[in-house]
Design a binder for this molecule. Structure first.
Ligand SMILES: NC(=O)c1ccc[n+]([C@@H]2O[C@H](COP(=O)([O-])OP(=O)(O)OC[C@H]3O[C@@H](n4cnc5c(N)ncnc54)[C@H](OP(=O)(O)O)[C@@H]3O)[C@@H](O)[C@H]2O)c1
Length: 320
């Protein structure tokens, strides 16, 4: 029986708890602790219900981890794009406690991946984060498990759903604001949607991918970033009449002058593979030495797919 300590119990963690319950016959995970920001702490060695009774908050993350007596910490707290905290500290505390760590939070991977990877390696525990960039569609596990001997040389991706919905609304003649409202209605825009349209969500994803796949040791702030805020409905419609569209594209390239990381609103032919995904779907192309360019696409991912990515990491960590 693998015992889990959940840090954060919001949309993703609750979807994970439902998935774990549904899969319990095949995968006997047990949630023995849940720590939240405002709802307090719940701990039970026998396993917690989907809607547990929360008591007073543990005094510190260390106290919580000690009380939960778990093998794996699952970090699912709110993203802090500027620093990656407090998730970085949560992960460090769990590693220090000798626990494996699974997270869907891209903050720690975008800001502190090399540090966390080295800490985990020295402590002999695993760190997994499949859902951090593509909502559960395999990227990191694809490279880890399916591309032995391959070096990733760079990547190109359309990784931000909100910007896509804004551009699609403008193509239909709507305004920038109407596109944002549609994204908010679907619940996919960040709480502060400037984070999406100014490119910071894409920059964080770019930094996370580059840190893991290209050993970049970078941060979102170091990614050259421009968003879609200067686009107008007139310009987008003019491009559409010429058979073109716009996507917020993340690019990483290793050249003679080192690694270039950038996020830009790029004009693409309608039939460009990067323009082929619509709405909330995302696409990532990996450029490799031995396998050329291959891609992964997430079609209309929902929170259940993000939860699946966390579940896949849990199964990977416990070695089944
Ligand atoms: N939603 C998605 O589809 C999706 C997709 C990919 C990745 N992610 C990532 O997954 C993570 C979780 O997303 P979500 O949508 O589940 O977020 P959410 O619904 O906002 O839930 C966040 C949870 O974190 C808790 N929390 C915040 N600060 C904390 C702290 N310092 N200590 C302990 N708990 C804390 C909150 O506690 P309270 O309940 O008490 O407020 C809440 O339970 C985020 O990093 C997000 O970027 C989400």
């Amino acid at each position: 029986m693998t015992r889990l300590a959940l840090i954060g119990y919001g949309n993703v963690a609750r979807a994970l708890a439902r998935l774990l319950r549904a899969q319990h016959g095949r995968y006997p995970f047990r949630i023995t602790g849940i720590q939240t920001a405002r709802h307090g702490t719940a701990v039970s060695s026998r396993g917690l219900d989907l809607e547990p009774d929360f008591g007073p908050a543990a005094a510190s993350i260390e106290d919580f981890l000690e009380a939960a007596q778990a093998n794996v910490a699952v970090e699912l707290t709110t993203l802090n794009p500027a620093t990656g905290e407090p998730a970085i500290s949560h992960i460090k505390a769990a590693i220090a406690h000798g626990m494996h760590v699974v997270t869907a939070n891209k903050g720690p991977i975008a800001h502190a991946y090399a540090d966390l990877r080295d800490l985990a390696m020295r402590r002999g525990v695993k760190l997994r984060f499949e859902s951090a960039v593509m909502d559960g569609a395999p990227v990191f596990n694809l490279v880890r498990h399916n591309l032995p001997g391959v070096r990733v040389l760079g990547f190109t991706g359309a990784l931000n759903s909100t910007s896509k919905l804004v551009i699609e609304a403008m193509e239909r003649g709507g305004s920038f604001e109407e596109g944002l409202a549609a994204a908010r209605k679907l619940g996919i825009a960040e709480a502060d949607s400037t984070f999406d349209v100014e490119g910071w969500d894409s920059a964080a994803k770019t930094a996370a991918l580059a840190n893991v796949l290209l050993d970049a040791r970078t941060t979102p702030q170091a990614v050259s970033t421009r968003g879609i805020t200067r686009l107008t409905t007139e310009r987008v419609q003019e491009l559409a009449r010429a058979g073109k569209t716009v996507r917020l594209i993340s690019r990483a390239r290793r050249g003679s002058s080192g690694l270039t990381l950038r996020v830009r609103a790029e004009v693409l032919d309608r039939n460009d593979v990067l323009a082929s995904v619509q709405g909330t779907s995302n696409i990532l192309l990996l450029h490799t030495d031995l396998m050329g360019t291959i891609g992964t696409v997430s079609v209309s991912p929902a929170v259940e797919q993000t939860a699946y990515g966390v579940f896949a990491d849990l199964v990977d960590v416990v070695g089944r």
